[in-house]
Design a protein around this ligand. Structure first.
Ligand SMILES: Cc1cc2nc3c(=O)[nH]c(=O)nc-3n(C[C@H](O)[C@H](O)[C@H](O)COP(=O)(O)OP(=O)(O)OC[C@H]3O[C@@H](n4cnc5c(N)ncnc54)[C@H](O)[C@@H]3O)c2cc1C
Length: 393
């Protein structure tokens, strides 16, 4: 039986960060992962450039049944602390948009930094190691694994959510929570493209690759970014963002002229070029291919502008400002960036991430019912929750 002070299960963002922090305090730390290659999500993230944090990260950017839970960790280890570490390692980065920080070169820079931090702190990482049993002991926990038996005083569960099973995602963390009597909030895919009903899919099939500025709204929440038609459905940042707020069966409203008043624009176009067709006027703002598809889809005629009378231009404008779409569903965990729901925060200490009723058992990162928006927030939660636990395990 190999004894460690701390065993972290899951060598992802939260687990590696926590392990390094605990190691720096002189704790003996072992990180166990069942995957062959670790940090898979880090390497894939941000299109290979890892959007590692957001300059404007704050508790408002997170979804949870208990929105207060994340506040303590986010304030004790902030985005500026992580940016400081990235600077210390000389990793070049840039702000892409909306405070989102990406590596200039590669997400590998972030994974290498985490591995170096672990190495410096003496935290070991064991890969391809399945854990088959966990038992509570007088002094902590006993683990049975494919590589022998281990014991530890503190057990940190950092196995992430269910998205992207190909990258090693598993329900392990939820099962451990249930084994020790902790509730798990229902999980579902978040930050995920929408799939469409057959009718919409057939209409939009030819628009694959077109992106539009839009404000997507659902359940009193709006995101002003762009949407992207794909051969499978609808994606793009605004869609991914709103997917986390959408419930099956609901409609999403898209304002396809989010930064102005389309009615006013059409009225001026009518005054200036009364003989121009509506499609020509709209092509000033949208790709032609989109206009050709959108007009019949939205039930609008294409006539010379002078023929639109009374409220007719207002109706055209309303159709673009208030496009209601009922998605068929989402692409699910296969392509989702995150998992909503998870270990119930009411049963965890927000100061330490330890289960209130199970001494020595910690949950950090995405396995917990804290989910960030798109834009570097999910990694910031991994760093903040990992750091907090790392100070006490
Ligand atoms: C394609 C993609 C792109 C993303 N891009 C971004 C981005 O740019 N910015 C951002 O902030 N967030 C992004 N995210 C979300 C972010 O990657 C996650 O929120 C974050 O990685 C969660 O960290 P974690 O440590 O909790 O879990 P993970 O990083 O998922 O790590 C969990 C680890 O646990 C291991 N594990 C699972 N089950 C077991 C088991 N039974 N036994 C042992 N080990 C196990 C896994 O192999 C994995 O190594 C992206 C996600 C995806 C899928």
């Amino acid at each position: 039986m190999i004894q460690k002070d701390v065993i972290v299960v899951g060598a992802g963002a939260a687990g590696l960060f926590c392990a390094a922090e605990a190691g720096k305090r002189g704790r003996s730390v072992l990180v166990i992962d069942h995957a062959k290659r670790i940090g898979g999500k880090i390497l894939m993230s941000g299109g290979g450039r890892c959007n590692f944090t957001n300059m404007y990260a704050s508790p408002e950017n997170f979804l949870s049944d208990n929105p207060h839970y994340c506040k303590s960790a986010l304030s004790r280890y902030t985005q500026w602390d992580f940016i400081g570490l990235v600077n210390d390692y000389g990793i070049a980065y840039h702000e892409k948009t909306l405070g989102q920080l990406f590596c200039d070169n590669s997400a590998k820079d972030i994974l290498n930094m985490l591995l170096k931090e672990c190495d410096k702190a003496g935290a070991q990482v064991k890969t391809q190691c399945e854990i088959t049993d966990i038992q509570k002991t007088v002094n902590g926990f006993a683990l049975t694994t494919a590589h022998g038996d281990f014991a530890c005083g503190s057990l940190v569960v950092a196995t992430g959510g269910l998205s992207m099973p190909k990258l090693g995602a598993s329900p392990f963390g939820y099962k451990v929570a249930e084994q020790f009597g902790l509730a798990v909030k229902p999980t579902r895919a978040g930050l995920v493209p929408f799939t469409l009903h057959d009718h919409d899919k057939a209409v939009f099939a030819d628009l694959s690759g077109i992106s539009l500025d839009a404000r997507a709204s659902c359940n009193d929440t709006s995101f002003n970014e762009n949407i992207l038609f794909t051969h499978r459905g609808l994606s793009g940042p605004a869609v991914l963002q709103i997917s986390s707020f959408w419930e099956p069966g609901q409609a999403v409203e898209f304002d396809l002229f989010p930064n102005g008043d389309l009615h006013q624009e059409l009225v001026s176009a009518q005054n200036q070029s009364p003989d121009a067709q509506l499609a020509t006027a709209l092509a000033k703002y949208y790709p032609k291919r989109y206009v050709q598809t959108a007009l019949p889809y939205l039930g609008l005629d294409n006539k010379p502008l002078k023929q639109y009378q009374g409220k007719q231009l207002q109706q055209v404008s309303d159709a673009f400002h208030h496009w209601q779409l009922k998605p068929n569903g989402t692409e699910g965990y296969r392509t989702a960036e995150v998992t909503l729901g998870g270990v119930d925060t009411n049963q965890l200490s927000s100061k330490t991430m330890m289960a209130k009723d199970v001494e020595g058992l910690y949950f950090i990162g995405e396995v917990v019912d804290v989910t960030g928006w798109l834009g570097g927030y999910n990694f910031q939660w991994a760093w903040s929750s990992g750091w907090v636990a790392g100070q006490v395990v």
